[in-house]
Design a protein around this ligand. Structure first.
Ligand code: C5P
Length: 283
């Protein structure tokens, strides 16, 4: 079975508080984007085999796709195994949910492959056991996401813009970004305006509202993030922001010539560069 595992960007990420288990309560606006890994999930006699075109990808429990398959096999007493082939296109340690997207794809594929009949909501609850971004990746629509990532409310997207992704060579570990985060102002919502902009299609509001509490922390580990942002603004993009815990920066414009100028400029560098757009809902 072939399945596409879509990346996401965070148009907004505010840290609201810290729980006793060390996880952070978040308020986010997340959007699937047109960038995906390609995953093949097939039944085999027994065990879990992971193969990838990327030799640095772990093929054991360290791989979130492996953990997703293991959870499904154990929870639903599945008597056979699975072979999972992952053709990676989403960069890792990028803040684009590359690993979570693969995990989500395995949940969706195994639900079909073994006729488990689980709903998206049931799959999302299972997914939350192994990764905070997996419920969003399973739901696959532009959403306001709260809790530690498990609470998802679909929002209608009426923004139409072009997006350039730039990921510097160096990535950021999500864990490291969260453990180093400075206290935030929890009294003000920086996310309400982003949702309002998206729902009403107010691009002028969106470009001044993009917000990410993790950006300054991750920039300490990868200073290139700030250089990239400055260059994108110099080229003429309307706004830019780091996605998730980084290190990818995305920039927005409505102008094809600016998009192309940014693409050409960063193609000469060592960065991952990609033109993309928001997908309202993954089919
Ligand atoms: O759930 P996931 O494995 O993606 O999270 C990676 C790390 O990010 C966690 O170990 C935790 O340190 C941090 N995290 C957090 N609060 C969240 C999500 C992740 O502190 N809501």
């Amino acid at each position: 079975m072939k399945i596409k595992a879509y990346a996401k960007i965070n148009l907004g990420l505010q840290v609201i508080g810290k729980r006793d288990d060390g996880y952070h309560e978040l308020d986010m606006v997340m959007a699937p984007i047109d960038l995906h890994d390609l995953i093949y999930v097939d039944k085999i006699k027994e065990g879990i085999i992971i193969e990838s075109n990327n030799p640095t990808m772990p093929t054991n429990e360290k791989n979130i796709a492996y953990r997703a398959a293991k959870l499904m096999i154990e929870r639903f007493n599945i008597k056979s195994g699975v072979k999972i082939q992952i053709f990676k296109h989403i960069p890792t340690q990028a803040g684009l949910a590359g690993g979570s997207a693969d995990g989500a794809a395995v949940f969706i594929a195994m639900n079909k492959l073994f006729n488990l009949g689980l709903t998206k909501n049931e799959l999302a609850i299972l997914g939350s056991e192994i990764g905070s971004d997996i419920p969003f990746c399973i739901q696959g629509c532009v959403s306001r996401v709260t809790g530690v990532g498990e609470s998802i409310r679909k929002i209608n997207n009426n923004i139409n813009c072009k997006i350039l992704l730039i990921k510097p060579k160096k990535g950021v570990s999500t864990k490291k970004a969260f453990t180093s985060i400075a206290a935030s102002n929890f009294d003000i919502s920086y996310i309400d305006d982003i949702e309002a902009a998206i729902v009403t299609g107010d691009y002028a509001l969106l470009k001044k509202s993009l917000y990410n509490d993790l950006e300054s922390t991750s920039t300490q580990f990868v200073p290139e993030i700030m250089d990239i942002k400055n260059q994108l603004l110099d080229i003429g993009f309307d706004a830019c922001l780091m996605s998730g815990s980084g290190s990818t920066v995305f920039a927005i414009t409505k102008d094809d010539s600016i998009l192309n100028a940014g693409y050409t400029h960063f193609k000469k560098s060592k960065c991952f560069v990609r033109k993309t757009s928001i997908i309202n809902e993954i089919e």
